[in-house]
Design a protein around this ligand. Structure first.
Ligand code: C5P
Length: 237
């Protein structure tokens, strides 16, 4: 039986938040935003270990107490210039830094953005169940709801795009350790904005798992406000 590992790339800055603090550390429900993804993944009995990939110069992580997660959480100061590079470095470092994890080529890696704090145990279970022993792997995703416009350089509509069969990719994205490492090695350009696109570049077709719950990426300041409200509501249910 394969094992399941989680890897959270958290070496980005989040320039679109326009804040001095990297966005993964912005306060949300009384904790740094990254805490919520770590908490969900560490609490899951399906996940053997959670790796967090930080920038080599991250000054923030040590300011918080992470001891409640004990040995389930391993920090890797191996971030790269792009998300794909951070994930690739993290995958390579995980097996050397944690030899007792015994990560095998066929084990599953769930890559989850630090900036998706609304991800829940139910979403995690749905992803793992629906991917099952799929030969490729897959990701949480939502069918596109809005009408899509392609703009020109002057922000005028060049054309309306069909939204038929269009999905918004979310995370976690789950692939086998060796397949993902091979897919990302040498393919860590800024335009590889998720793990699935590296797998697609191999000619493979990841499975889309329809997520019906909130799991948006906190990108702009108003996303943080909305995430705060949703967390408050969930805590009162
Ligand atoms: O910038 P964006 O929101 O797309 O980043 C998605 C995730 O990738 C975030 O958790 C961010 O910290 C991470 N990332 C990274 N290394 C980079 C850029 C982004 O780990 N160089």
């Amino acid at each position: 039986m394969p094992n399941y590992f989680a890897l959270i790339p958290a070496a980005g800055y989040g320039a679109r938040m326009d804040h001095q603090l990297p966005k993964q550390y912005l306060p949300l429900a009384g904790k740094p935003m990254i805490y919520h993804a770590i908490h969900t993944l560490c609490r899951s009995t399906a996940i053997s270990r959670v790796f967090v990939v930080l920038s080599t110069e991250d000054p923030e992580w040590r300011k918080y107490d992470w001891s409640q997660f004990n040995d389930k959480l391993t920090v890797l100061y191996h971030g790269g210039a792009t998300r794909a590079e951070s994930v690739c470095n993290g995958l390579a470092a995980a097996s050397t830094i944690c030899p007792d994890c015994l990560i095998s080529d066929e084990d599953w890696i769930l890559v989850h953005d630090a900036a998706r704090p609304l991800f829940t145990q139910n979403q995690l279970r749905q992803l793992i169940d629906e991917i099952g022993d799929d030969p490729v792997g897959g990701l949480l995703a939502v069918p596109v709801a809005d009408t899509l416009k392609r703009g020109d350089r002057d922000a005028r509509v060049a054309q309306t795009e069909s939204r038929e069969n269009l999905w918004q990719a979310q995370t976690p994205q789950m692939f086998r350790y060796r397949m993902l490492l091979n897919a990302l090695s040498g393919n860590t350009h800024a335009n590889v904005t998720d793990d699935a696109s590296a797998i697609e570049a191999l000619g493979l077709h990841p499975k889309l798992v329809h997520n019906r719950d909130f799991n948006f990426k906190v990108t702009y300041p108003q996303d943080l406000e909305l995430a705060e409200l949703i967390m408050q509501k969930r805590n009162h249910q």
